[in-house]
Design a protein around this ligand. Structure first.
Ligand code: X90
Length: 280
């Protein structure tokens, strides 16, 4: 295989439509650990069941990133690999991929490997994977692809709508102060992936309609001009559809994909959560 595009399961994409010639695509799973049960975040994981278990389980639950070996197995298969990881500020996945890159290059010095720390998750990773595929399709060589992708990545963003920060707070991924805000009844939080790859709160909203408006405003504020938009949802397809319609009506969004969130994003975004990736 000439090219390999590998994302981790911070990204909901399980299959990349229109894959370039001689190119493979893999989603490398993280794990969700609820009590003494371990769930590997593959395509067949039932996320409705997962969310149910999470809400019923009162003890500590957590997640675990892929090992360097898991990334290694992807990179050895291709001449040129591009890995896109969930934000390295909140997960060890990026580090694992970097370790794997060194392992592979020591053994196969002619291979080329690009590790992208998305500083984000979910649908922003999906947009990035499609962009990489597009650049391969156009016939770019590895170095040109790296350069063009870096340029693209400056203008991709992520917004989120969360109704609870419990799992983010319990696992130490947001500060106690942030968790407290979201703990107030009926408050929804609209925020964005910060430039540092952490959660940044934009607005506290009472009611879903206000949250959707906050998302539209967040996108408008970053100079949006018709770029692609992708949405993923934690068991909230209806909300995703309503939001999609608003994005099309109010922003003229040209292409919108809606996918169910991965198990990992369901765990952290929690039931009803929405993530919106877009190109500014
Ligand atoms: O390595 C691991 O165990 C995974 C840890 C991941 C922690 C963060 C996941 C966030 C998922 C929440 C809303 C979007 C936040 C975007 C921040 C960059 C989704």
């Amino acid at each position: 295989m000439k090219w390999k595009i590998a994302v981790d399961s911070g990204c909901e994409l399980r299959k990349l439509n229109g894959l370039a010639l001689d190119t493979g695509f893999t989603n490398v799973p993280l794990k969700i650990i609820i009590g003494d049960e371990d769930f590997t975040d593959t395509e067949d994981l039932n996320t409705a069941m997962l969310l149910q278990k999470i809400s019923e389980y009162k003890g500590a639950s957590s997640t675990a990133c892929p090992s360097p070996d898991a990334w290694y197995n992807e990179f050895v298969e291709a001449d040129f690999s591009v890995a896109i990881t969930i934000t390295g500020s909140l997960s060890g996945s990026y580090n694992s991929a970097m370790v794997a890159k060194d392992m592979v290059l020591e053994e196969y010095p002619d291979k080329k490997i690009l590790i992208v720390n998305s500083l984000s998750t979910g649908p922003e990773m999906t947009l990035c994977a499609y962009k990489i595929n597009e650049l391969i399709n156009e016939g770019n060589n590895f170095d040109d692809l790296c350069e063009k992708f870096a340029e693209y990545n400056k203008n991709s963003h992520l917004l989120f709508l969360l109704k609870s920060f419990d799992n983010l707070a319990k696992t130490g991924r947001v500060s106690k102060a942030v968790a407290k805000i979201a703990g107030v009844m009926h408050i929804q939080i609209v925020g964005k992936a910060s430039d540092e790859g952490t959660l940044e709160i934009l607005q506290k909203c009472r009611g879903t309609a206000k949250s959707y408006d906050a998302i539209i405003e967040g996108i408008k504020n970053s100079n949006y001009k018709n770029g692609k938009i992708a949405i993923c949802h934690a068991q909230n397809e209806n909300g995703a559809k309503i939001l999609k319609q608003k994005l099309m009506d109010e922003l003229g969004a040209k292409l919108v994909s809606i996918l169910p969130a991965s198990g990992l994003c369901c765990f952290y975004a929690e039931e009803g959560g929405l993530l919106v990736g877009y190109e500014a």
